[in-house]
Ligand binder design. Structure first.
Ligand code: SAH
Length: 368
């Protein structure tokens, strides 16, 4: 049994069954034993691959998006370029390179802030960003005040979710407890109505009576807190944010909790701390929390549509000019993977925040 599994068993023996949100928080984020604290999970030899690891074009285009937003903000100095959960630091490195080429004034005006709790990944980011003066933080509220451009790619999906289950006309919470053998984890339901119903999105709370028994709804207080914090900062001090992730546009019921290990789906309870655990992002809930804090929210639009609008095909054509045949094939494959449905092109979506009453950001011109 892994040290993290032993820790969870002891926790449940002492405190009783824990929420799915607590299970996720411990499995992913335990400061010494958690999944992210103990490894670099990306790439072919790891558990999963993310867009910036597929192609440099992803981070470059996001860098250009930031440059255009900075221009529209009236070029404030300094400006904080903040990334939530930077992984290997690849997106930030690619974005900074593109910014340096397209808008060198922004490159000198910006201060890089990375929000990362994993020591292993902080070390990795230090390596990728050797030429860059960056500051690391555990939490968003440590980022100094002032205008911000914030980016989060595949960050929100890792924030803990509560799973609320409809049963006999009531809400119950899905819990992780110990099976009778004392050596396996299993799901159970809370006896009482859970406190997490306070986070139900309004449309789902209103429709609860019509949901059949067994329906699962996921709520993510940490994402709502992030949306409110970003919305408040943008409303008060100006800026913009880009949230990229997989998930649904309107809030909808569904059990989307998943575990991935070695590029395969595995049992969510089988190996805590050894597999990545995520759940889909509720973009509507995120957007509404940001709007309620005074910012404008745009989209989400499909990642494929966003990257096309930003000119990924033109960027690929430029890269193809200098490429050898095998490189050319890799560039084309990477672009298709980033923009074509059903995978990254449509399951992945992009949400933007900007100040209220501003025009649509690049890529969101015809978005709701
Ligand atoms: N954005 C990167 C990595 C995505 S994986 C990419 O696209 O490749 C999630 C990242 O978020 C990891 O760097 C992980 O260590 C970090 N992370 C997860 N939960 C976090 C939290 N609560 N606070 C800060 N960082 C977190």
């Amino acid at each position: 049994m892994s040290a993290l599994a032993a820790h969870l068993y002891a926790l449940i023996r002492n405190e009783g069954p824990i929420t799915v949100a607590r299970y996720m928080a411990e499995a992913l984020g335990h400061p010494q034993l958690g999944y992210y604290a103990t490894r670099d999970p990306f790439g072919r030899g790891g558990d999963f691959i993310t867009a910036p690891e597929i192609s440099q074009m992803f981070g470059e285009l996001i860098g250009l998006w930031c440059a255009e937003m900075w221009r529209r903000l009236g070029r404030p100095r300094p400006i904080r370029l903040v990334e939530f959960g930077p992984g290997r630091g690849t997106l930030m490195a690619d974005a900074l390179r593109a910014i340096g080429q397209a808008m060198p004034e922004l490159r000198t005006a910006l201060a890089v802030h990375l929000i990362e709790t994993s020591p292993a990944l902080r070390a990795r980011q230090t390596g990728s960003l050797r030429q860059v003066e960056a500051q690391w933080h555990d939490r968003w509220d440590e980022v100094p005040e002032g205008p911000v451009l914030a980016i989060a790619n595949e960050f929100v999906d890792a924030l803990p979710v509560h799973q609320l289950v409809r049963q006999g006309g009531q809400w119950r919470e899905r819990l992780v407890g110990l099976a009778a053998d004392g050596a396996t984890l299993r799901f159970e339901l809370s006896a009482d109505a859970p406190a997490a119903t306070a986070f139900l999105p309004a449309p789902l709370a209103a429709a609860a009576g019509a949901l059949p028994d067994g329906s699962v709804v996921e709520v993510r207080p940490a994402a709502l807190e992030m949306a409110r914090a970003l919305g408040t900062r943008i409303a008060a001090e100006d800026g913009a944010a880009l949230i990229v992730d997989y998930g649904h546009a309107p809030s909808a019921p569904g059990d989307t909790l998943q575990a991935v290990r070695g590029h395969r789906f595995v049992d969510v309870l089988a190996d805590p701390g050894e597999a990545d655990l995520t759940a889909h992002v509720d973009f509507q809930a995120f957007a509404e929390a940001a709007r309620a804090s005074g910012a404008a929210a745009w989209g989400p639009v499909a990642q494929g549509r966003f990257l096309r609008a930003l000119g990924i095909e033109t960027r690929a054509a430029t890269l193809l000019k200098g490429a050898r045949p095998e490189q050319a094939k890799a560039i084309e494959q990477a672009m298709r993977r980033l923009i074509e449905p059903p995978e990254m092109g449509s399951l992945f979506k992009v949400l933007a925040l900007s100040r209220a009453a501003s025009p649509p950001p690049p890529g969101f011109e015809s978005a709701p």
